[in-house]
Write a protein that binds this ligand. Structure first.
Ligand code: R5P
Length: 320
């Protein structure tokens, strides 16, 4: 039976691309918000014996969390043999330690919450900083798909004189990878964050930077202040107007106008979060990751056939 991808609202474009790559069926899942703030989730009614994946990118995660849980449990009640979660953007990963006494380590708690509801998990470049890998967080088969190859191709095609810049030491991991793949030089800036909207950055001394087109690359633009400050510092230093590339286009509040008004030549993002700046698709890489999970990690044929449910039974969610 053909697996089914159920798409949360505002994930439809990527859902269609992914389902096309995987040759899966694709259908929307609907959410109705009642005046009191409760949510009603509705799925296609007959999921008997079907492999189901729910696609939900987690920008603004709190209103999505309960509906995700309702959707996963309902899919199982309606007969799905297994339910996976594809969350191209995984929220809460920056809260990966107790920065002050009494704070929640939300990355772990949120991963546990998802682990309880789903059989497998796929995401794109989660913010792994102090947590070394997805396996350290998820107790279900999980795959981390990298956007670096698609971003490197885009840079190689569109910015021939690119000098790639990471805004902080955390970005070194993906900036170095993208630069190597694109065959471009890279530098890493020094960043100090003083608050949600207060960021300071120091540029490295680099003659290559002044000759080429700076391409600022970050995994997340949330308030947009990191990107905006990088653009301001580069222009002050006499560099060309930079191109800003972000993997996850969270763009909270006035983030995008803040980056544009700082003087960015262009803002480009991948399609992990649906946004007007999406120009780089991660669908082929994500589809390959999902296929790998399906056929290798779970030792099943790629087309997914009904299984005994043993993986779920181990966790007490068996369908029998
Ligand atoms: C930080 O660790 C991340 O890699 C990004 O640099 C950060 O999340 C960007 O946040 P904002 O857009 O709020 O400056």
């Amino acid at each position: 039976m053909t697996p089914l991808m159920l798409s949360f609202p505002r994930n439809e474009i990527l859902a269609a691309r992914l389902a096309g790559q995987l040759a899966w069926e694709c259908a929307p899942l609907t959410l109705h918000r009642f005046p009191d703030g409760e949510t009603l989730v509705t799925l296609p009614p007959d999921l008997n014996g079907r492999e189901v994946a729910i696609l939900c990118s987690m920008r603004d995660p709190d209103p999505l969390a309960l509906p995700l849980r309702f959707a996963a449990d309902t899919a199982r009640e309606l007969g799905a043999c297994r339910v996976g979660l594809i969350a191209p953007y995984l929220a809460y990963m920056r809260q990966d330690r107790r920065f002050a006494p009494g704070q929640a380590i939300s990355a772990r708690i949120f991963a546990d919450f998802l682990t309880e509801a789903f059989d497998w998990f796929a995401t794109v470049d989660p913010h792994l900083h102090r947590i070394p890998s997805l396996d350290a967080l998820f107790r279900i088969p999980a795959v981390n798909v990298h956007a670096a190859p698609a971003i490197a191709d885009w840079i190689a095609e569109n910015v021939p004189d690119a000098v790639i810049l990471g805004p902080d030491s955390e970005s070194q991991q993906w900036v170095a990878d993208v630069a190597r793949r694109a065959g471009k030089p890279y530098e890493v800036l020094r960043k100090t964050r003083r608050g949600d909207y207060e960021v300071e950055l120091t540029l490295p001394e680099s003659s290559a930077l002044r000759r080429g087109t700076p391409v600022v690359l970050d995994d997340i633009a949330s308030s947009g202040r990191t990107m905006a400050r990088a653009v301001i510092r580069l222009i002050e230093a006499g560099c060309k107007a930079p191109v800003c590339i972000v993997i996850h286009a969270v763009f909270a509040g006035d983030a995008e106008p803040a980056i544009r008004s700082a003087g960015a030549a262009d803002i480009v993002s991948t399609d992990t979060i649906e946004h007007a700046t999406n120009r780089i698709t991660i669908a082929p890489a994500l589809a390959a990751g999902v296929e790998k999970l399906q056929s290798a990690a779970l030792d099943l044929p790629a087309t997914g056939s009904p299984i005994s449910g043993s993986a779920r039974n181990e966790k007490g969610h068996g369908t029998t």
